[in-house]
Structure formats: C-alpha cells, structure tokens
Write a protein that binds this ligand. Structure first.
Ligand code: UDP
Length: 329
C-alpha cells in the first residue's frame, strides 16, 4: 500500500488529522486540503498541506493537475445540527455544492476512489435499534439531509461515471490519538465528552445534561461512542476494499453498545478523579433517545474490528488530550 497518494480534504480537523497520521504511518503520501475554518494547521502532522476552499474550482484544478492522487478522503463539512436548522443554505452550499466541485474535479482528472464521511443523522428518528444499513434514511434536519444527498449523488456517479465510493456513517466519534499527539478541538465545542472533560479540568464551570426524561434506564440519552482510532482504521480498510476492486458501499460505524449521558459522566469521574459539576437542562431539539449502530456489515466485508470499544479507554485518551490542551491554553 505504499506509493499511494491520498488527498485528505479536511485533514486539519478532528477526524481528518487522525486519518492523515494513520495514512502516513501506513506508508502513503498524503496531501491535506483544508480551509482552516474549523481545522488547525498544527493538527496536520504529516505530508503536504494546501490552504484552500472547495468552493474555489480554479484551486482544485491546479491541485489535481500538480498531483496524481490515487484516492480522495473527504472530511470537510459543517456538522452542527442546530446551526443547520438556522442556516440551511450554509450547509447545502458547503456540504453538497462544494462536494460536487470536488467530485467534478476528480472526474476530470480520472480519480475514481472516494471515501466519504457520512453520519447516523441520515437515518433520522430510529425505527429500531441497533441501526443497520437497511434502516430507512429519513433525516430530520438539513445537516442529515446534506449528507444523505451526497450519499445518493455518489450512487448515481458510480452508475454513470464509474466513480467508486465508500460512505461511512459515524455514530459518535470520540476519544483521541492513543499516543497523545492529536485530539478533539472544535470551536465552539458542542460534543458531550470534550465538554465533560473541560468541566473536569476547570476550563469550563459545569456540564449540562440535556434531558433526564427520556425512555431509557436512567432517563438520559444513549449514544454509541466510537474511538477515533477505530474510525480511522475503518477508513483505511474501506480504501483498501476499493483498491481491491470492491464496488461502492455504505457502512454504519459504531461499537454496537450504547452508553447514557449519565454513564459517560460517571466514567469521566472515574478516569479523571476530579469533581465534575453537573447541571440540568431541557432536551435538545432533534435528539433521539437512543442511537446505536449495527456494524456487522463493516465487520464482515471490511474485516473491521474496533480495538478501543471500552468507554473508559475512550475517556482515558480524551482526558490525556484535554490535559495537554488545558496546559497549553
Ligand atoms: N449532551 C448533553 N450535554 C451537552 C452536550 C451533549 O447532555 O452539553 C448529550 C446530547 O443530548 C446527546 C449526547 O450528549 O444525547 C451526545 O451529544 P453530542 O453533541 O456529543 O453528539 P451527537 O449525538 O449530537 O452527535
């Protein structure tokens, strides 16, 4: 797998930066393209870096003309559900229209392998649990719709143009690089685990639990947290499957176990051995009670097996990162 040249779009972001590291460590040549709106230049630890935006078709043409990419991994998108409801145009332009620019340039330069970051939000309100690939996709917000549109576009592009893709639908990406070099750094941070750990380190006063009246054993929402390293490993295996000649595919990625918000807080208290101030807040709009993945298909077809499935391990790595962030602030 050496000598492969992979373009990682959004390689300065949370998942992209971990992916760049895995690709480089696996012997690939890596180029990151990122506009640094949500990412950090210092998170790109390996390969070449190009500052640019997918809206800029001229830049894309030049980038592809100057490099012979074997495959593209696309992580660059807006990811906040609430924001997508308030400003759908922003989501459709960035997540759909800009992706069309990227796919158009790939076609022009005959690059025909694409790995796409999709999401559990394409399923909408769960009809059953755990959620497998046969579950109906009825997203309930513009964010989920923007990702589903791209999934559908990719199916049409495979039929019409032979562009092969793997869509990976993440449940809750979490944790940090086990070697401590990278981690989660959203601004503003909205995700549960970094927020809890910021409350533990003192960077934030408290963590608010969004609703204790759900139909779950302790009343708080249940999510399937998947370690960032396991997520990246799935991308790597997905890329290999395309190189081996597999056709386009979609996979759900999670551990198949759900943990409640309260269980995550309890785990954080165990790992950090710190006081964590918890407050109560109303439900957040659009949050289903339970979201758990059935990843049997990825396990069977890709040979993927999560290595860091335990919540305490996910929290341990995330805490290692949070302590570094807290010291460097
Ligand atoms: N959550 C919470 N307080 C927060 C942030 C999140 O209680 O400050 C809950 C949220 O309602 C959901 C879970 O934690 O049930 C995971 O939310 P997150 O935003 O991390 O990921 P999402 O499930 O939205 O992708």
């Amino acid at each position: 797998m050496t000598n492969l040249h992979v373009l990682v779009v959004g390689g300065a972001g949370y998942i992209g930066s971990h992916m760049v590291k895995l690709l480089a460590k696996s012997g690939c040549k890596v180029t990151t393209l990122d506009n640094l709106v949500g990412g950090y230049r210092d998170a790109v630890l390996y390969g070449d870096f190009v500052l640019g935006d997918l809206a800029d078709k001229g830049m894309l043409e030049k980038l592809f003309a100057n490099n012979r990419f074997d495959a593209v991994m696309h992580f660059a998108s807006f990811i906040q559900v609430g924001e997508s409801v308030k400003d759908p145009s922003m989501y459709y332009f960035n997540n759909v229209s800009n992706t069309l620019n990227l796919l158009g340039t790939m076609r022009h330069f005959d690059v025909d392998k694409f790995i796409f970051s999709s999401t559990a939000a394409t399923f909408g309100e769960p009809k059953y649990s755990p959620i497998d690939e046969h579950h109906p996709q009825v997203p309930i917000n513009p964010y989920g719709r923007s990702k589903l549109f791209v999934e559908q576009i990719l199916q049409d592009y495979q039929h019409a143009y032979g562009l092969k893709s793997v869509c990976l639908r993440y449940f809750n990406a979490a944790g940090a690089d086990p070697e401590g070099e990278l981690g989660e750094r959203h601004n503003p941070e909205t995700h549960l685990i970094p927020l809890i750990l910021q409350a533990a380190s003192g960077r934030r006063e408290s963590i608010a639990v969004f609703g204790r009246d759900y139909d779950t054993p302790d009343g708080t929402c249940i999510r399937d947290y998947i370690h960032i390293a396991d997520l990246c490993q799935a991308h790597w295996l997905a890329l290999k499957s395309l190189l081996d000649g597999q056709q386009s595919q979609q996979y759900n990625l999670g551990n198949g176990h759900g943990f409640s918000v309260q269980e995550v807080i309890d785990s954080a208290k165990r790992i950090t051995k710190r006081e964590i101030r918890v407050t109560e807040a109303p439900r957040r709009a659009g949050d289903p009670a339970i979201l758990v993945a059935d990843s049997t298909l990825a396990q069977k077809q890709l040979g993927w097996k999560p290595c860091f499935a335990e919540l305490d391990v996910i929290l341990t790595h995330a805490w290692q990162w949070e302590q570094q962030m807290n010291h460097s602030k």
